[in-house]
Design a protein around this ligand. Structure first.
Ligand SMILES: NC(=O)c1ccc[n+]([C@@H]2O[C@H](COP(=O)([O-])OP(=O)(O)OC[C@H]3O[C@@H](n4cnc5c(N)ncnc54)[C@H](O)[C@@H]3O)[C@@H](O)[C@H]2O)c1
Ligand SMILES: [Zn+2]
Ligand SMILES: [Zn+2]
Length: 285
């Protein structure tokens, strides 16, 4: 099969690889129909993710069709159309029982990181019963692949943890796929204002189509002052950060929230992922 392989910082290669085999009774092998590229893949390619070694097939998102299942898989069988979660979860360990699947002791964010991932024709999915979701064969696969990681991450990290409430003012820094997902799903909670901040005017333009009430291009380094001016000096209720920063002091400077309990500064940072054990895919705590 063809697979996109990380070969060290700045280096990715399309290689011929063997089709993966079932290794544990709880595994399934899925033929990939659609996959996509996450900002986290770009961090790997920059060499910022030490758990991902050269030789690894990239990718943690996908939809496809089950090709094979181990003897212990009961929820899926060959031919089933499935959505692959970016987080593999055993469903049984202490963390899984607490709903903290990204901390699963034998799973978490392993696809395209510690084990081969989805940017290939086939992928082996561990803990298949609790890491795959059934989808209709005729469903829109390009839309559904956004549910592997992008939409739930923006929603969980950016909106649920940010405790967005009706009438709130929300600022989202970073209008990439994750920031746009936070923008879309924040609207479930009817905030009064959603201010999108980015350095790229095209992405800010897209944000307006997705429901941003205001946009700020922060290239002049004055986004914080602009937010304070726009909010009459009050700041925002939820500040949700959806881009990678490398240093925690960046957070301290982002002091916009009105009230500390509703402070929400998600750092999707490569360096934070490991030093602060925060924010690999699927993680927000
Ligand atoms: N925790 C998780 O579960 C999880 C899951 C997926 C992605 N991520 C992380 O989320 C982050 C965002 O992912 P993405 O796919 O949307 O990435 P992306 O690179 O497409 O988007 C990031 C956006 O931030 C903007 N940006 C960069 N520096 C900025 C600055 N100083 N001020 C304002 N905007 C700035 C960029 O212009 C870009 O539009 C990545 O770091 C990724 O690793 C985390
Ligand atoms: Zn991701
Ligand atoms: Zn587990």
């Amino acid at each position: 099969m063809k697979a996109l392989v990380y070969q060290g910082p700045g280096n990715k290669v399309l290689e011929e690889r063997p089709i993966p085999e079932i290794k544990a009774p709880t595994d399934a092998v899925v033929k990939i129909a659609k996959t996509t590229i996450c900002g986290t893949d770009l961090h790997i390619l920059k060499g910022d993710v030490p758990t991902c070694s050269p030789g690894r097939i990239l990718g943690h998102e996908g939809v496809g069709v089950v090709q094979k299942t181990g003897a212990g898989v009961t929820a899926f069988r060959e031919g089933d159309s499935v959505l692959i979660s970016c987080i593999s979860a055993c469903g049984k360990c202490e963390y899984c029982r607490r709903g903290m699947y990204s901390h699963c002791t034998t799973g978490g964010w392993i696809l395209g990181n510690e084990i081969d991932g989805t940017q290939a024709e086939y992928v082996r999915i561990p803990h298949a019963d609790t890491s795959l979701y059934p989808i209709l064969p005729e469903a829109d696969q390009e839309a559904l692949v956004m549910l592997s990681d992008v939409l739930p991450t923006g929603f969980e990290c950016g909106v649920l943890n940010g405790e967005v409430e009706p009438g709130n003012t929300v600022a989202i820094v970073g209008a990439g796929p994750i920031g746009l997902a936070a923008l879309l799903t924040a609207q479930f909670y009817s905030p009064a204002e959603i201010i999108m901040i980015d350095l790229d005017d095209n992405r800010l333009q897209a944000s307006k189509c997705f429901g941003a009430t205001a946009t700020i291009n922060g290239s002049d380094g004055k986004a914080s002052e602009t937010v304070m001016r726009m909010t009459g000096g009050r700041g925002v209720d939820t500040a949700s950060k959806q881009w990678a920063c490398r240093h925690p002091s960046l957070h301290a400077r982002t002091s916009w929230p009105r009230a500390a309990p509703s402070l929400m500064l998600v750092c999707m940072a490569s360096k934070w992922i490991f030093t602060w054990s925060a924010c690999g895919p699927g993680t927000s705590r």
